[in-house]
Design a protein around this ligand. Structure first.
Ligand code: GRF
Length: 192
């Protein structure tokens, strides 16, 4: 699975929609010596994303595109090319990218999903896992292909669902595992 990158640092864009806690953990990871990536661009479809604050804090370029118009994807591709971006990390990004977009970045888009895929693709994963009386849920980092939450799995982390867990408590437990899993998955895919 490891893709050799020589000694070249992989220029990465992180796509967010909300809080951006995974973005924050990826930025921190990118600053470590062992990290194969640098984060050069933050893209959000939501101008109110709290995560955009990290662009100011860490002095990373940010761009907002609502993605309500098909031309927005073209504009994003233009930005990615301009900044020579090699990797896209979707991190709590709530928009579905078109097949054309995914094709033009084939094999270079990763996503983190808060369930043990292939279980519970899509939204409200924690609620569905609890309602199904699953013993475990967790998170998955995977390559993005044209089918939602269906690309090749890179790494997963299991989290136990306790009897008194609510979607909120489970989300919190899983989110803190996501922060560790995404950097680990990047290290697994890209060996320096
Ligand atoms: C995470 O649980 C992620 O897996 C899901 O949305 C949440 C985003 O959290 N897709 P954050 O914006 O990274 O804090």
């Amino acid at each position: 699975m490891a893709l050799s990158t020589g000694s070249k640092i992989i220029k990465t864009a992180v796509f967010i929609s909300g809080t951006g806690s995974n973005l924050k953990s990826l930025i921190k990871f990118s600053k470590l010596k062992k990290s194969p990536i640098s984060i050069n661009l933050i893209i959000s479809n939501n101008p109110k994303s709290k995560g955009l604050e990290y662009a100011n804090i860490f002095k990373i370029k940010k761009k907002v595109f609502s993605l309500k118009k098909i031309t927005d994807e073209k504009k994003i591709l233009f930005e990615l090319k301009k900044d020579k971006i090699d990797l896209i990390c979707l991190a709590g990004f709530m928009k579905i990218l078109s097949k054309t977009f995914i094709k033009s970045f084939k094999g270079k888009i990763l996503n983190i999903h808060p369930s043990l895929l292939p279980k519970f693709k899509g939204l409200n994963t924690h609620e569905r896992a609890i309602n199904k009386k699953e013993k475990y849920s967790g998170c998955t980092v995977h390559f993005v292909n044209s089918k939602l939450d269906s690309g090749k799995i890179i790494l997963q982390k299991r989290v136990k669902i306790k009897k008194d867990d609510t979607p909120k408590t489970l989300a919190k437990k899983i989110l803190s595992q996501e922060h560790k899993l995404y950097p680990k998955a990047i290290l697994k895919v890209f060996s320096l």
